[in-house]
Design a protein around this ligand. Structure first.
Ligand SMILES: [Zn+2]
Length: 562
C-alpha cells in the first residue's frame, strides 16, 4: 500500500444534502485513471472494521458499536472482495485532516489493520445541522482501486438512543448500512471508474451518462436488472436522483422510480428495502462479488412497463396518488399516509407515511384513538382500508391491523381472524365498521420482508432473514451465545456440505449468489437458470438477441429432425 490513490469524496446524508459536498480532486482523479487495474487476487469475504476517532459517552459508544457491528456483519456475510494483502495500513502521506470530518492523530498511520476496509467513525451532536450522517471513501487499493479506508460522520442529535423502538432502531440501522454502501463506492464520482471484474477493463462507454440534469447508470448488470424489474426492454440507463442538491443528486436511486430502496436519497418513514438494484451496482463496480444472498424485492414499479419508467406519475399507476392532502395506505401497506410530493419526487405525489401512523412502529399512537379502534402496531401489522370500533364507536377510514400470510391471508382484529384470501369487504360481529381486504395480497405476501421483532435491535433484516451480530442467532436474533457456528437462523456444529465458514463473523456462507453448485464460496461451477457463469460467479445478463436467435434456430432444427 505504498502508492495508494488518495481521494476525498463526500457522500451523502440520508436525511438531507451535506452542504459542503466535494468533487473528486483532479489530481487524484487522474491518478485513479492512470493506475492499472490488477485483478490477480482471489475473491475472499470482506472484513470491515470500525475505528472510533472521537470521544463519546458510554451510551453513544454502545449504540454506535451496535449499529456498526450489525452493519459490518451483514455486509461481510454477503460481499466478497479481491484481497491484495492480509493487512491494510494508511499510506504515510495520508492527510491528517480529512476535510471537516476529523483531525487524524499520527498514531493511526502506524496501525496495521487485519481488515479489507476500515471506517473512521466520528460523532457530533448538532441539532442545527440537518445532516443525520455522512460517509466518504478516502483511500483506494493500489491494485483493485477498491476503497480500503473511509470516514463516517454520525450526528447523534437524531438518534434518541434511549427511546428507540425496534422499528426506530431498524431505521437507524438502515441509515448506517446506507452510509457504508456509499463508502463501498456507491458515489457518483466513481461511476465512470467502475470496471468489469472478469476482464479488469473499464466499461467501454463508462459507467454513467449525463442526460440533461440526470445521471444515468449504464453498467451492464444494473441495466439488465432494471429491464427485468420494470418489464421494459428499452431501458439503456437507470436514472439517479437529480434533486436534493450536492451530496444527494447523482449518488442515489431516483426516488420516483425506486421509492423505498435503501439507496434512495432522503429519509422517509418506511420499511427500506435492499434490493438487487444495489447489489447489482455493487457487482458492477468491479470491486465486489456476492456470496449466496436473497435480496428484498422492490414492489414499486415491478412489471409496470416502459410507460411507468418513462412517465412515472404522468400516467395512472397505483404507486402514485393525485388528490393532494387525501389520506390512504402507502403502496407498501406499511402505514397510513397523506398524498403529497416531497423534495425528491419530481412533483409526483404518493402516500407519505405519517410518523405517528407507521403500522410497523410500536410507538405509533394510532390514527385517532388506538384503544377504541383495536389497532395494532409492530412488524406484523399492515395498513388496511376501513376499520372497526365498538358498536357505539367510530371506525377509522384506514387502520393498522395484524396480518399473517401463512397459506391464507388473515387480518386479525381484537383476537378475531378475518380470512381475506378471497378479497371483498368484511365485517365483524359485535363491532361497527368494515374493512376492504387488500388487493394483490399474493404479491404482498411474496415480497414480505419483515423479520420477527425487527431482529430485536440485534440484527439486520433482509427478505425476512436476520443477520445477527455477536453470538446472537434465531429468527429474530432472540437467542444468545451461539458458541459454535451460525447458519441462517440456526446455531450448528459445522457448516454442512455446500457451505463454507466465514470465521470472521462466524457464519456459514453458501455458494456464490445465484449459483446452483460450487466448489467453494468463490468458485461456482453451475449457475441457476437464467444466469451466466463468468469468472466463477453468476451474472444476470440478458442474452444478446443474436444468441437467442441461434437458440431458436437450433430448436427449429431439432423440431424438424423429429
Ligand atoms: Zn446517501
Amino acid at each position: 500500500m505504498n502508492k495508494s490513490t488518495l481521494l476525498l469524496l463526500i457522500c451523502l446524508s440520508l436525511i438531507t444534502a451535506l452542504p459542503k459536498s466535494r468533487k473528486l480532486n483532479q489530481n487524484t482523479k487522474r491518478k485513479l485513471d492512470e493506475s492499472p487495474i490488477d485483478i490477480s487476487g482471489t475473491w475472499e469475504p470482506l472484513r470491515i472494521k470500525f475505528e472510533y476517532v472521537t470521544d463519546a459517552d458510554v451510551e453513544t459508544k454502545e449504540f454506535l458499536d451496535k449499529i456498526f457491528s450489525i452493519s459490518g456483519t451483514f455486509l461481510s456475510k454477503y460481499l466478497l472482495i479481491r484481497r491484495s494483502s492480509d493487512k491494510i495500513q494508511l499510506p504515510q502521506d495520508a492527510p491528517t485532516q480529512f476535510q471537516e470530518f476529523f483531525e487524524m492523530g499520527n498514531e493511526l498511520l502506524s496501525v496495521e489493520y487485519d481488515a479489507d476496509l476500515v471506517f473512521f467513525v466520528t460523532t457530533m451532536d448538532d441539532s442545527n445541522d440537518s445532516t443525520l450522517a455522512f460517509c466518504a471513501p478516502i483511500i483506494f487499493d493500489d491494485k483493485t482501486q477498491r476503497p480500503i479506508f473511509g470516514a463516517i460522520g454520525w450526528n447523534m442529535a437524531y438518534s434518541e438512543v434511549s427511546t428507540l423502538t425496534n422499528a426506530g432502531f431498524e431505521s437507524q440501522l438502515a441509515t448506517a448500512v446506507h452510509e457504508i454502501i456509499h463508502g463501498l463506492g456507491f458515489v457518483e464520482d466513481l461511476f465512470n471508474k467502475f470496471y468489469d471484474s472478469v476482464t479488469g477493463e473499464v466499461y467501454p462507454d463508462g459507467g454513467m451518462v449525463q442526460e440533461d440534469d440526470v445521471v444515468k447508470i449504464i453498467t451492464p448488470r444494473v441495466v439488465a436488472f432494471a429491464r427485468k424489474h420494470f418489464g421494459c426492454e428499452d431501458i439503456t440507463g437507470v436514472p439517479m436522483e437529480q434533486e436534493g442538491g450536492d451530496g444527494t443528486a447523482g449518488s442515489h436511486w431516483e426516488r420516483t422510480l425506486f421509492y423505498n430502496e435503501m439507496m434512495t436519497g432522503n429519509d422517509m418513514v418506511s420499511d427500506f428495502v435492499l434490493t438487487d438494484f444495489t447489489f447489482q451496482l455493487l457487482q458492477d463496480t468491479g470491486y465486489y462479488r456476492l456470496a449466496e444472498y436473497s435480496p428484498d424485492i422492490l414492489t414499486w414499479g415491478e412489471g409496470q412497463g416502459c410507460s411507468f419508467y418513462d412517465q412515472m406519475c404522468e400516467s395512472e399507476f397505483p404507486e402514485f396518488c393525485s388528490d393532494e392532502g387525501s389520506t390512504g395506505c402507502a403502496i407498501t401497506h406499511n402505514g397510513i399516509g397523506v398524498c403529497s410530493s416531497d423534495d425528491l419526487s419530481n412533483s409526483c405525489k404518493y402516500y407519505q407515511i405519517d410518523p405517528n401512523l407507521d403500522c410497523r412502529n410500536a410507538n405509533s399512537i394510532g390514527y385517532a384513538d388506538n384503544g377504541a379502534t383495536f389497532q395494532d402496531f409492530g412488524y406484523q401489522s399492515m395498513c388496511v382500508i376501513g376499520g372497526f370500533a365498538a358498536t357505539n364507536g367510530t371506525p377509522q377510514d384506514f387502520s393498522c391491523y395484524e396480518y399473517s400470510c401463512d397459506g391464507k391471508f388473515t387480518i386479525k382484529v381484537n383476537g378475531q381472524s378475518i380470512d381475506c384470501s378471497s378479497g371483498g369487504v368484511k365485517t365483524l360481529e359485535g363491532m361497527s365498521g368494515s374493512i376492504t381486504c387488500p388487493e394483490n395480497f399474493e404479491q404482498f405476501c411474496k415480497n414480505k420482508d419483515e423479520c420477527p421483532n425487527q431482529c430485536n435491535k440485534r440484527g439486520f433484516c433482509m427478505k425476512g432473514l436476520c443477520t445477527c451480530y455477536g453470538n446472537y442467532y434465531g429468527q429474530g436474533c432472540e437467542l444468545e451465545n451461539c458458541t459454535k457456528i451460525r447458519k441462517g437462523t440456526e446455531c450448528v456444529d459445522s457448516c454442512p456440505s455446500g457451505y463454507y465458514l466465514n470465521d470472521n463473523i462466524n457464519y456459514c456462507i453458501g455458494c456464490p449468489g445465484n449459483c446452483a453448485s460450487c466448489s467453494s464460496y468463490n468458485a461456482c461451477t453451475e449457475c441457476k437458470d437464467g444466469y451466466e457463469l463468468r469468472g466463477g460467479f453468476c451474472d444476470y445478463l440478458e442474452e444478446s438477441s443474436d444468441s437467442s436467435h441461434i437458440k431458436i434456430l437450433i430448436l427449429v432444427l431439432i423440431a424438424l429432425m423429429y
